[in-house]
Design a protein around this ligand. Structure first.
Ligand code: SF4
Length: 273
């Protein structure tokens, strides 16, 4: 029996599949829940703070205001079950907040938020492109000085090495494609803001890059279809295994992927509440 196809592709799923097909299967097909992690939670917190910052009038977007937005977002997060599940002791919670504040400070080293003309924040977009259901969340959509669209994606993890920069930027070209299909206009600029470094990676989508993105998406989707049909998702051990939540089911670590499948079937049988 073939595995079911995932319902959609997103920039993060494309990256996940090319990083390790087996980890993609556990997440996108078996739909095993990712256990909460400090890094993911810190990312959620910083994204929320920057979203609140850009709702303010431009001249109010100062660093103290951004840190106040962070405090508000942290207060709202305190009762979140995933945050509670981290079980942070007081000193760990203080370190968590201090690291998030550092990322917010770094944001101000990358751009002046008073100049940003955001027209959409945490925008959910989806479209059917070449028979593939694409979806993604655009952290920030804005207009530049000439009224052209700019897509911004905040990253709170480590920046990529030079050899992986192209791969990370290929993900943001998918946002460009989504914009083009949903809004009828290709963005002039797509940028990744790495808040940890801090570092900005910027690219300008073109006809050529758009064709390349569509080709890549088609190839990834075909590979996913083939892997589902053959039930053949192979592990690809790398440094990313250190952060993988599914090691217990991975043969590279002595695990049995069949157990993940059984767990997925058990989870699917639980009635939704
Ligand atoms: S542990 Fe490594 S090889 Fe195994 S599924 Fe995770 S990322 Fe892939």
């Amino acid at each position: 029996m073939a595995f079911p196809l995932p319902r959609s592709l997103s920039p993060s799923k494309v990256t996940a599949f090319t990083d390790c097909a087996l980890a993609f299967r556990f997440s996108a097909i078996d739909r095993l829940p990712d256990p909460p992690s400090v890094a993911a939670m810190r990312g959620t917190l910083v994204h929320a703070a920057l979203e609140h910052l850009h709702v303010l009038d431009p001249d109010e977007r100062t660093l103290p205001a951004a840190l106040a937005c962070l405090d508000d977002a942290a207060a709202a997060l305190r009762d979140d079950p995933e945050y509670v599940a981290l079980g942070l002791a007081d000193d760990e919670a203080a370190a968590f907040h201090a690291e998030a504040a550092e990322l917010v400070r770094n944001y101000f080293r990358l751009e002046d938020p008073t100049t940003v003309r955001a027209i959409g924040l945490e925008l959910e977009v989806e479209a059917e492109v070449d028979g593939i259901h694409l979806r993604g969340i655009i952290d920030r959509l804005e207009l530049d000085a000439e009224g052209e669209l700019v897509v911004t994606d905040y990253k709170t993890g480590a920046p990529p090495s030079t050899q992986h920069e192209r791969k990370r930027l290929s993900g943001v070209h998918i946002y460009s494609l989504l914009c083009e299909h949903v809004l009828g206009r290709r963005p002039r600029t797509v940028q990744l803001l790495y808040l940890r470094a801090p570092l900005a990676l910027t690219t300008e989508p073109t006809d050529r890059s758009t064709r390349g993105t569509r080709r890549t998406l088609g190839a990834v989707w075909q590979a996913v279809e083939r892997a589902c049909e053959r039930e053949d998702f192979r592990p690809r051990p790398s440094h990313l295994c250190n952060y993988c939540a599914f090691q217990a089911y991975c043969p590279a670590f002595g695990g049995d992927p069949g157990e993940a499948r059984r767990l997925a079937e058990d989870l699917a049988a639980v009635p939704a509440t």
